[in-house]
Design a protein around this ligand. Structure first.
Ligand code: SF4
Length: 346
């Protein structure tokens, strides 16, 4: 019999699992507390659970574990990058960031990625597999333990396309927002997609208050097709229509992520075209100079160019922020640390 991944179960699934194993439903609250608040790594640490029940848990389920193998702390801003080794030998990364409004963790949703965005280190070795909901949660739980600080914001923007791992991401969101667990508000969670239009509609219909971020990175389909293969499947127009639906259903603004690459997408003409595309969408734009990585030739746009681009968008009525570059001294681009580790292992 295949063992159940306990950390990945939603609260309701945990209740059902206990009832199916002839245990009382109320145990779910206690076990959920051990898993998601006390963050135990061992069944025997669940001290208020009867021996009989623990025995059943051990026989039929397992606790997700991962090893913290590397940690890089930025000397500039305390941003901390974590590299974890999973039980199957794969590596994933997460980033801990401190902001005025609280602590944020950016997590990976897949091991690698197969979306093929040409500026991104995560996709260099393709996709290995989806992460389970438990593996996504565990990244946050280990960071909380390691920093001894509470995480108040979660960004699903690390390696992977979250909507390619849709069901597990939904389970993750259910667990991290559960009042019996970490109870992070939905408005403090952001999920980023490269523009899987069908999934944007599906996600809107989940009727959450989660922030939706679109990795747009181009003002038109021609430029987008050069840097993001998904642009061959979905046009910017289709993405915008899906975003408008998301805004209508959720009443939330959409974040437009735009990595600025020198000579690719950073001209004032591009800014005006982007403003035109975004007209009528309740959104704000995050501009960030692209992270330069060894695997490609892209150069980050100069800061003066980025600021002029931002001003042009503002002039056109599009709310824009130039995002702080965090952890620029610690392999900040997602996928970089994992790639280095894989090379070392080879
Ligand atoms: S930018 Fe996101 S979707 Fe594109 S390859 Fe990287 S991780 Fe995948």
């Amino acid at each position: 019999m295949e063992k159940i991944d306990l950390l990945s179960l939603t609260y309701e699934e945990l209740e059902n699992y206990l009832v199916e194993n002839a245990e009382k439903k109320f145990r779910a609250k206690q076990i959920f507390d051990w898993l998601h608040n006390k963050k135990v790594d061992d069944f025997d640490d669940m001290t208020n659970i009867s021996k009989e029940c623990l025995q059943k848990l051990k026989e039929t389920s397992y606790l997700t574990s991962m090893e913290l193998v590397k940690k890089q702390v930025s000397n500039i801003d305390e941003t901390t990058k974590y590299l974890f080794k999973l039980t199957d030998g794969n590596f994933i990364e997460s980033v801990f960031m401190k902001y005025k409004f609280g602590n944020s963790v950016c997590i990976s949703s897949q091991i690698g990625c197969h979306m093929g965005c040409s500026f991104c280190a995560s996709t260099v070795n393709g996709l290995v597999r989806n992460l389970t909901a438990g593996e996504m949660l565990k990244q946050i739980y280990i960071v909380e333990k390691d920093t001894n600080e509470r995480v108040s914001n979660v960004v699903i923007m690390g390696s992977g396309e979250p909507f390619e791992n849709y069901d597990n991401v939904i389970k993750f969101i259910k667990n991290i927002t559960n009042p019996n667990g970490l109870n992070i508000g939905q408005r403090h969670i952001s999920v980023s997609t490269c523009g899987l239009v069908d999934k944007i509609y599906k996600f809107a219909d989940e009727k959450t208050q989660v922030n939706l971020a679109i990795s747009l990175h181009a003002p038109n389909d021609d430029i987008r097709k050069q840097i993001m293969p998904i642009a061959k499947k979905y046009s910017i127009k289709e993405i915008m229509e899906a975003c408008k639906y998301y805004v209508k259903v959720s009443n939330r603004r959409v974040n437009i992520e735009y990595a600025m690459m020198q000579g690719v997408n950073d001209s004032l003409k591009d800014a005006r075209e982007l403003a035109h595309v975004l007209k009528g969408l309740l959104c704000y734009v995050n501009l960030i100079p692209v992270n330069e990585i060894a695997e490609n030739e892209y150069k980050k746009a100069n800061m003066s160019v980025v600021n002029n681009f931002a001003r042009e968008l503002d002039k056109c009525g599009i709310q824009t922020t130039v995002r702080r570059e965090l952890g620029s001294d610690i392999d900040a681009a997602c996928g970089q640390l994992r790639n280095k580790q894989m090379e070392e292992d080879r």
